[in-house]
Design a protein around this ligand. Structure first.
Ligand code: NAD
Length: 491
């Protein structure tokens, strides 16, 4: 236990990968640095999977799938609950690992650990729930039913921003449904993925049921999306990569679920409690320095409140502490890489050249991007359309509710949305007409529970994750009939 911790990692020993229940170096002896975003320094070296390593991982998952699917429910439940308990015992060490690897602030890293624990508990509760139906039939003497069965091998590709939680959400429900798994963690956060393997190894998972293969998109990603043994590819990441994978999966007739990027609107109507709306918006965009798929990157405010909202929100943004992620007072820590700061700076510069006005922020010091608020934004600007994935939001003015709704829907993304109002008629109208997979009334756009269907529409993806929604995605329905007596065939 505790093979992976930041002290061991500090030695820069190469961290092996987990295949067929064994920790082993990559076949090519290739390794890559794992960089701490706050310091810019390597704090670990990670073995990189070769094509043969991925082949071994897939072969192992494929071998293990029949016995795993046949494991009695109480044993599978106990294993998932055992894994939750192991994480609870190591919560502080895993929190520190997440902080070091991704620059998560103290507000977010422990939440991520707690979510992973809950996720495993919810998954344990799902083990006995997959069920089929029985049907009346048009054929005399026929008994007709559906069975819900595991798919076999599921592969997961995970992003960097909540690497432990998001990979765990895939692994936990896939295993609960009776599938085996091959995980490619983000190359920006591989240790968090390897930690999941370590937890399950300690919980007693049979060899091959979970394999974790860090490595490049070209070698690992391509094999997972193209190999016929993988029955489902579950991807969380950017819309750009998701689109490529969906096309590739289509060529290989592979089932795919896509949890992708957002440009989520928070709508503030004229009757809203202004202070509350400002707090909801600030949490929605500055939490985890805006590196959240559900981030409130477009604030749409009805005209009568617009000026007051801008003033209060900018004041709130000025008060946000930026800096060391280990300081409990810090709200905005480092972005994952300096290149992300450069990307946002370019996005802002282009938008300003088109007429946008920066009300505060707009600059960065190393990896630390200042909380940034932009006004006079129009739908043709990059800052309106493209995900920034940083602590940057725009405030848009809407003359009335209908215009606010139209602005909210006027993007290619459709992950989350929120509305702040006491007018429940309009709030429910918004819930019905918002083009997003999730709508939160009188709340921030950021909300996630492990037992509730999470996911988007439009270019934010398809498929849902969480609780029984995951189980449905990760199982196959089979129709079975039994003819009692003899059927009367026509010839
Ligand atoms: P990314 O798309 O750059 O990478 C995600 C994963 O895909 C990584 O493991 C990466 O190695 C892999 N990958 C990249 N190119 C690939 C290819 N050609 N073939 C196979 N695999 C490939 O995303 P990121 O920067 O790690 O994460 C941020 C993005 O993820 C944001 O857009 C964010 O909105 C999104 N996200 C979505 C959700 C959600 O639930 N909807 C949750 C978290 C993050």
């Amino acid at each position: 236990m505790n093979r992976i911790d930041t002290h061991l990692a500090a030695s820069l020993a190469v961290q092996p990968m987990f295949i067929d229940g064994q920790w082993r170096p990559g076949g090519d002896a290739a390794a890559a640095d794992d960089i701490n975003p706050a310091t810019g320094q390597a704090f670990a070296r990670i073995a990189q999977a070769s094509a043969q390593d991925v082949e071994d991982a897939l072969a192992s998952a494929h071998r293990a799938r029949v016995a795993w699917a046949a494991m009695p429910a109480p044993e599978r439940e106990a294993l998932l609950l055992g894994a939750a308990e192991i994480i609870a015992q190591q919560a502080d060490a895993i929190r520190d690992l997440i902080i070091e690897e991704t620059g998560s602030v103290m507000l977010k890293a422990p939440w991520e650990v707690g979510y992973a624990i809950e996720c495993l508990r919810v998954a344990a509760g799902c083990v006995r729930r997959p069920h089929g139906d029985t049907f009346p039939t048009s054929q005399p003497g026929q008994l007709s039913m559906t069975l819900r069965q595991p798919l076999g091998v599921v592969a997961g590709i995970a992003p960097f921003n909540s690497p432990f939680l998001l990979a765990m959400k895939k692994v936990a429900f896939a295993l609960a449904a009776g599938n085996t798994f091959v995980l490619k963690p983000s190359e920006l956060a591989p240790l968090s993925g390897l930690k999941i393997a370590e937890v399950f190894e300690a919980a007693g998972l049979p060899p091959g049921v979970l394999n974790v293969v860090p490595g490049s998109a070209e070698i690992v990603g391509q094999k997972l999306v193209s190999d016929p043994r993988v029955r489902l590819l579950t991807f969380t990441g950017s819309s750009r990569v998701g689109r490529l994978l969906a096309a590739e999966a289509g060529r290989h007739m592979k089932r795919v679920t896509l949890e992708m990027g957002g440009k989520s609107p928070l709508v503030v109507l004229r009757d809203a409690d202004l202070d509350y709306a400002v707090d909801a918006a600030a949490f929605g965009i500055f939490y985890h320095q805006g590196q959240v798929c559900m981030a409130s990157s477009r604030l749409i405010v009805e005209a009568p409140l617009y000026d007051a909202f801008c003033e209060k929100f900018v004041r709130k943004a000025h008060g946000i502490k930026v800096g060391d992620p280990r300081d409990p007072a810090t709200i905005v820590g480092p972005l994952i890489r300096p290149s992300q700061c450069d990307f946002i700076a370019r996005q802002l510069a282009e938008s300003v050249a088109q007429g946008a006005r920066i009300l505060c922020g707009g600059t960065h010091d190393g990896p630390y991007f200042q909380p940034t608020v932009v006004a006079d934004v129009t739908p043709d600007m990059p800052i309106y359309q493209e995900e920034s994935f940083g602590p940057v939001t725009s405030i848009l003015r809407a003359e009335d509710y209908e215009e606010a709704l139209a602005l909210a829907n006027n993007t290619s993304a459709g992950l989350s949305s929120a509305i702040v109002t006491n007018d429940m008629q309009k709030a429910m109208d918004f819930a019905l007409r918002a083009e997003s997979g999730m709508v939160h009334i009188n709340d921030a756009t950021i909300s996630d529970e492990p037992h509730i269907a999470f996911g988007g529409v439009k270019e934010s993806g398809f498929g849902r994750e969480g609780g029984m929604a995951s189980i449905e995605e990760m199982t196959e329905v089979k129709w079975v009939t039994i003819q009692m007596g003899k059927r009367a065939f026509p010839f």
